[in-house]
Design a protein around this ligand. Sequence first.
Ligand SMILES: NC(=O)c1ccc[n+]([C@@H]2O[C@H](COP(=O)([O-])OP(=O)(O)OC[C@H]3O[C@@H](n4cnc5c(N)ncnc54)[C@H](OP(=O)(O)O)[C@@H]3O)[C@@H](O)[C@H]2O)c1
Length: 326
Amino acid sequence: MRSKLLVYKGKDANLNHIKNKTIAILGYGSQGRAQALNLRDSGLKVIIGLPKKSKKRKIVKNDGFEVFSTEDATKKADILSFLAPDHLHQQIFETQIKKNLKKGQAIIFAHAFSVHFKLVQPPEYVDVILVAPHGPGELLRKNFLQGSGLTSFFAIFQDYSKNAKKIGLAYAKGAGLIKPGMIKTTFEDEAIGDIFGEQAVLCGGLSELIKNGFETLVEDRISPENAYLECVYQLDLIVNLIKSYGISGMYKRVSKLAEYGSYLSGKRVINKDQMRKILKEIKAGKFTQRFLKEFQTGAKNYKNKKRSYQKHLLERTGERMRRRVG
Ligand SMILES: NC(=O)c1ccc[n+]([C@@H]2O[C@H](COP(=O)([O-])OP(=O)(O)OC[C@H]3O[C@@H](n4cnc5c(N)ncnc54)[C@H](OP(=O)(O)O)[C@@H]3O)[C@@H](O)[C@H]2O)c1
């Protein structure tokens, strides 16, 4: 049976639960910087943990935070927010965090990946909480400054202090991750759902859909500019219609020609068997093994794939078109 959707709002959280605590933000990238700035603006005490050689240390100092090594930040904090890259979590946790943990600390993750797949196995004497933002840090900060924030997922993996919920909700409030609505989930569902969604639909599926549509038109001698306008330019309009009115609401607002043709052809370009296979591989941990191996062995395939997208005609056309038509 499906459980009822539980949505937390700002009124469910109280900053007083963490007002006198020190929060160490480990990592100062997309999420780290945004969450650190938001938490400080919410009146909370924030320090930053980064490797000694990190180029981000200069930005941290310009932003007015104290910065420590990851080991020292771990020792000084009551709450750790682990915002380093996922593929490094295991190594960072084992070598820099684990031996410096104290009884009763809370560790907050922004993605359940490393805990669910047991790359990080925290000791039983800490709280383990998930506050997973639905969007990049830049957007989180921008929305926070405008008085809102981003939606997020919330879950508790381990509640040693018996206060994990209060601590996690207060952290989310301070970071700007509860106001529009925070959805309760589990570490397992967030890890699997997020990885599948980004690979099969949001990032991987969508990029390949766009690229292949563009290539098909260009190979048939339609100009790259036209192909860009047909396959990319109106994407945000369609997505916004779907988000505002649903798929059927979107179809009500496009032409009958577009609607009827879409019913015929949409299904032909999607392979649901492959989607099921991808989900199975993710659940079985096969993707995780592959991901870690790739980055432990120089990330050659990853870099090649990245380069092939960067060099694609679609990207050069996009750059030109953004200058001309926005
Ligand atoms: N970006 C998003 O849109 C998004 C959305 C939801 C959830 N998340 C989750 O948020 C977490 C952080 O992702 P991100 O995108 O913010 O990462 P990111 O932009 O790649 O930044 C990672 C930061 O971690 C630092 N770092 C590297 N090694 C470290 C260490 N040993 N100790 C402390 N910091 C270290 C990096 O320093 P250097 O700059 O010196 O390398 C960098 O500042 C991940 O779990 C991710 O899944 C991200």
